[in-house]
Every structure is written in C-alpha cells, then in structure tokens.
Write a protein that binds this ligand. Structure first.
Ligand code: HEC
Ligand code: HEC
Ligand code: HEC
Ligand code: HEC
Length: 475
C-alpha cells in the first residue's frame, strides 16, 4: 500500500476547504463555486456531468485521522441531494485496488451501491486495477447488474475462459432532449505502473480505441474520454480525432486541481483518487470548440456533529454487511502469507531483536507503534468503530508486521509476536540478520518507509523530523 506522502497542495484556498469551515453549509456551498468561462450563447446545448474515479477499494475512509473525506455512503447522500442538478453520472473505474478475495467482496458491495435507483450511474469506466481481478469473476459480478454499463474502449475480448460474457462496451451513451453524451474509456492503452497483464484481450492503441468508440456519434454529441494513466500521458489525447469535448485523467492527481486544464483548447479534469471528491462539470460547445461553463470539486466530508448526518444509511448498512462478510469468509486468513518478503528472510518478532538491541526495545515499547494492534482491538470493542476491524485486511496491513507476506502476521493467535507495528515493520524481516548480525545487515530505514503507512489520509500532517523524535532509537 504505497502512496505519495502528501497531495499536491493547491496554491489558492480550495472552495471545498472554505466549505469545511462552514460545516452546516457543507453540501451547499460548492454550488456557488466560481464560473470558469463566460456562459455560452443560449441556443447551445449544455450538459452537466458528475465525475468520480479511482475508488481503489475505499468504501469508507479508515478513520485513522480526523476530518477524512470520501466514502460511498457520503457519496450516495450527496448524489441524492443533488439529483436534478446534474444530467450524467460517471464513475471512471479502478473500483478496486487489486485482485484478491477482499477486492471481489468490495466490488460486490460497490456494484450493489452503484445500482441504486435513487442515483443511477450512466457509465462506469474500467481501469487497470479492475483488470487485476479474474476476468471471469468480474464478468460474473457485472452480470448481476445489467443496467450498469461498463466501458473499456481499448479492450477487445478474445476467446478464452471468462471472456464470453466480458461486460465492458466500447462506449456508453446517454441522451435527453437535445443533449447526448458518449463516454469512452482507455483502460490499458496508456502505459501505467499498475497495468496488469490482460491476456484475454486484444489491446487497441488510443486513436483506434477512440475511433471505435465514437464511430457513428452525431456531430452534436458531447464526447467524453476517460483515460487511465498519468495526466502527462493523457494530454496528447487532446489531438485525437474526432476532438474530445472533455478528457478525464483518472487516477493520477490525489485531489482534483483547483481549476480545469485546457490542452490545445480541450478541457482536461482529474477527479482525484480514493473516492474523496466528486467533480461537478458543465460542458458546452461554441463554434465547434468545447467549453467548460462550470467546474467545482466537491469534497465528500462528514458531519462534525453526527456520524450519520451526511451519509446515506442504506449504503452504510451495506458496507457494514460487507465487513461482516469479510470476517465470515476469513479474508484475513486467506490474504495472509501470499507474497515473498522484500529481503527474502522471515519475520521473527520483536523479542528476538530486543534480546540484542535492548535500548531500541525500550524506546519502541514506549511508542504508540507497540500498541497499534491494541488500538484496533479497542476500536472494535467500542462505539468508535463497532465492526470487526481486527478482521479487516486493510486495517491489519498498517497495524501489524508483514501482513500478506510469508511468515508475516496472519492472526493474533497464530502470530502473537507480530501484532502492532514491530521492529520488522520498519527494518524488514530479520531472521537472517538475527542469525549472523555482522554479515547480514538490515540497512537504513528511510522516511519513505514511514509514509507507506503515514500517508496523506492516515497522517495528513506527517513531518519526519517531528515524528522521528518521538520514536528515536539507535545511534
Ligand atoms: C507499518 C505501518 C507503519 C510504519 C511503517 C510507520 N508507522 Fe508510525 N504509526 C503507525 C500506526 C498504525 C500508528 C498508530 C498507533 C496507535 O496509535 O495505535 C503510528 C503512530 C506513530 C507515532 C505516534 C503518533 C503520536 O502522535 O504519538 C509516531 C511518532 C510515528 N508513528 C512515527 C513513525 C515514523 C517516524 C515512521 C518511520 C520511521 C513510522 N512511524 C512508520 C504505523 C506505521
Ligand atoms: C495505510 C496505513 C493504514 C491503514 C490502511 C489503516 N491505518 Fe489506522 N493508522 C495508521 C497510522 C499511520 C496511524 C497513526 C496516525 C497518526 O498518528 O498520524 C493510525 C491510527 C489509527 C488509530 C488511532 C487514531 C487515534 O486518533 O488515536 C485508529 C483507531 C486506527 N488507526 C484504526 C484503523 C482502522 C479501523 C483501519 C481500517 C479501517 C485502519 N486504521 C487502517 C495507518 C493505517
Ligand atoms: C544476536 C544479536 C542480534 C539480534 C538477534 C538482532 N541484532 Fe540487529 N544487530 C546486532 C549487531 C551486533 C549489530 C551491529 C552489526 C555491526 O555493526 O557489525 C546489529 C545491527 C542492527 C542494525 C543496524 C543496521 C545494520 O544492518 O547493521 C539494525 C537496524 C538492527 N540490527 C535491527 C535488528 C532487528 C530489527 C532485529 C530483529 C529482527 C535484530 N536487529 C536482531 C545484533 C543483533
Ligand atoms: C517506525 C519504524 C521503526 C520501528 C518500529 C523500529 N525502528 Fe529501529 N530504526 C528506525 C529508523 C528510522 C532508524 C534510524 C535510521 C536507520 O538507521 O535506518 C532506526 C534505527 C535503529 C537501529 C540503529 C541502527 C544504526 O545504524 O545504528 C537499531 C539497532 C534499531 N533501529 C533497532 C530496532 C529494534 C530492535 C526495533 C524494535 C524493538 C526497532 N528498531 C523498531 C525505524 C524503526
């Protein structure tokens, strides 16, 4: 689970942050957000989109820090509030973070939520992370929701197990009155670090995928391109023919930039990652050129005063059911011991290390890292969470040693010495070093190791100098 230490900060105050200062108005004030371009002539069609993308399995924020934004229950609440204020609802894809049993269980939950008649989705992109799921499993789950239209313009299924029912279409189209929107998605065409092999597909180049998707579209149709990959790779797509009216670069920027960008006159927006924001975008066209009439990132914030105030309770109940299912399926056990350790050694637990490194042991014992598992237990037992967090793989990953790796944490009973953020969570698996310290060294721990757990969600204000002082040990 790696992520940048902190999001690229917008230089100006984000309207959503102003909203945060006014909790009671939180869901109202982005509506007064600044208009980006002059309104077009009255006779031109406009269309308002609600965009999101790269949920990456975040059904809800983890709650490790206060004021976290995002989550499906808040999203649903907001979408229902705003029903009638937007025309087309588009989720960009990368719904899940990988291809494990947990990702499957999350996808089941998400699809049930997206199928909600109170805020129906018009298009769902497919992203490279979604392709890490077994194609047959993805197809089976999607088959349960025929109304949800998945789009992957660059993937042509070839014969193989699971591909016969491959649910993604080259495009999805939405129409009402004089407005038509057609949505294409590049799932794999741009090279991304996360690209999984996609053996069951023929992969089309961006230009070919786009032409396939826009084939037969009326000239007045608004052409929207979802592109998975870095914004740098998405910018050249502004030269595609026919001209896109909007490029949505999915999965790169952590937060939506303060303003939309224009590449050769074509607008490019980024909805941010982990489902923390929705983007409100009104498109128009003047003299054949795309225009953005309105642009506002909407931070999905909670209420300061009540846990339930700004969240849809049906969706919250679906998420809770998912968490209990994760426990009853023993996803915790099934996700343990899958991967090799980074240095090839095995985990041995703190006691072994402390037998030689007494002073470091003392410092560690006094730090909150030593208590990180107990924190989860306490959270589970109290009203703070009141759901089985000690069984939920996402929580365990940062509150134990080596979860997911061979010889790492698997359960509090089987691996009691690996509860909490022990020595080896930072220094790496220590069996070889312990057996022959002078010969096998563990190497330096950089601040990047810290920010794998202390990232912009868990520790928004993480500062190495200040935090290291609190746990300092060694020379
Ligand atoms: C494997 C995940 C993980 C890694 C790696 C990690 N931490 Fe932590 N850290 C945690 C967790 C979880 C907590 C909260 C523990 C609790 O309160 O139960 C925490 C808490 C802390 C605290 C206590 C915060 C406070 O306010 O007292 C400090 C300080 C800290 N970490 C510093 C660091 C530094 C410095 C690094 C890198 C050298 C680091 N951490 C690496 C997971 C991690
Ligand atoms: C990416 C790593 C990561 C994940 C995933 C994670 N945590 Fe944490 N958690 C942390 C870190 C780091 C801290 C310490 C934050 C700090 O002090 O800055 C922390 C702190 C906490 C705290 C103490 C906060 C406080 O105010 O005392 C609780 C409770 C907690 N996490 C619960 C959870 C639960 C429940 C989950 C799963 C839903 C979870 N965590 C998932 C890294 C993580
Ligand atoms: C048998 C005693 C012994 C055990 C067990 C042991 N160490 Fe060491 N460790 C040493 C010695 C001795 C050194 C110094 C090596 C040198 O400088 O030649 C050292 C060095 C280190 C260093 C400095 C960096 C390096 O690679 O030299 C770190 C970090 C470290 N140990 C962490 C650990 C951790 C974590 C564990 C538990 C997994 C552990 N040690 C277990 C004896 C031990
Ligand atoms: C939160 C991350 C973290 C945890 C947990 C942690 N350490 Fe460290 N440790 C560091 C960092 C960072 C340094 C200083 C930079 C370096 O030497 O890599 C360090 C330094 C050391 C050193 C001195 C290395 C040297 O070159 O002098 C030893 C020995 C050591 N740690 C042992 C331990 C032992 C034993 C434990 C468990 C009881 C432990 N550490 C727990 C992050 C951690």
């Amino acid at each position: 689970m790696t992520a940048p230490a902190s999001p690229p900060r917008a230089r100006r105050v984000h309207p959503a942050l102003l909203c945060a200062a006014l909790p009671l108005l939180a869901w109202d004030c982005t509506r007064e957000a600044p208009v980006v371009a002059a309104a077009p002539a009255q006779d031109e069609a406009r269309v308002t989109l609600r965009l999101s993308g790269s949920l990456e399995g975040r059904l809800e924020p983890c709650g490790c820090a206060s004021g976290q934004v995002g989550g499906l229950a808040r999203r649903s609440f907001r979408l229902q509030q705003d029903r009638g204020r937007y025309d087309v609802l588009i989720e960009g894809g990368d719904l899940v973070g990988g291809g494990t049993l947990l990702d499957e269980l999350k996808l089941m939950t998400m699809l049930a939520v997206f199928d909600d008649k109170r805020a129906p989705y018009d298009a769902l992109g497919v992203g490279p992370r979604d392709l890490q799921l077994d194609t047959g499993v993805f197809a089976d789950l999607a088959a349960g929701y025929p109304q949800l239209r998945f789009v992957a313009s660059d993937l042509v299924a070839v014969a193989g197990p699971g591909t016969r029912e491959w649910p993604a279409l080259p495009f999805a189209e939405w129409s009402a009155g004089d407005k038509t929107v057609r949505v294409a998605c590049l799932a794999r065409a741009l090279p991304t670090a996360r690209a999984a092999d996609a053996p069951h597909f023929e992969l089309l180049e961006p230009a070919a995928a786009w032409q396939r998707a826009m084939d037969g579209a009326a000239p007045t149709t608004f052409r929207v391109l979802l592109a998975h990959g870095a914004a740098d790779l998405a910018r050249p797509l502004a030269r595609l023919a026919p001209l896109p009216d909007l490029i949505v670069a999915v999965g790169d920027a952590v937060e939506p930039p303060h303003d939309p960008e224009f590449v050769d006159g074509v607008p490019l927006v980024q909805p941010g990652v982990r489902g923390r924001y929705l983007l409100d975008v009104t498109l128009a066209r003047r003299d054949g050129k795309p225009q953005i009439v309105r642009y506002a990132p909407i931070a999905l914030e909670g209420s300061r005063t009540s846990k339930t105030a700004l969240a849809d309770q049906d969706v919250a109940a679906q998420i809770l059911a998912h968490r209990h299912e994760v426990k009853s399926e023993d996803a915790r056990g099934k996700l343990a011991n899958r991967l090799p350790t980074a240095n090839g050694a095995e985990y041995v637990g703190d006691a072994k290390c402390v037998s030689c490194h007494y002073a470091a042991g003392k410092a560690h014992e006094a730090s909150k890292h030593a208590l990180a598992w107990r924190t989860l237990e306490a959270a589970e037992a109290t009203g703070r969470y009141a759901w089985p967090v000690t069984w939920y793989p996402d929580c365990i990953a940062c509150h134990t040693v080596g979860y997911g790796e061979r010889s790492g944490f698997s359960s509090p009973e089987a691996t009691p010495d690996l509860r909490g953020v022990g020595c080896e969570a930072c220094h790496g698996a220590g069996s070889r070093h312990s057996a022959d310290p002078p010969a096998i060294r563990l190497g330096k721990v950089g601040s990047l190791r810290c920010t794998q757990c202390h990232d912009y969600e868990q520790s928004p204000d993480f500062d190495w100098n200040a935090r290291w002082k609190l746990i300092e040990h060694g020379k």
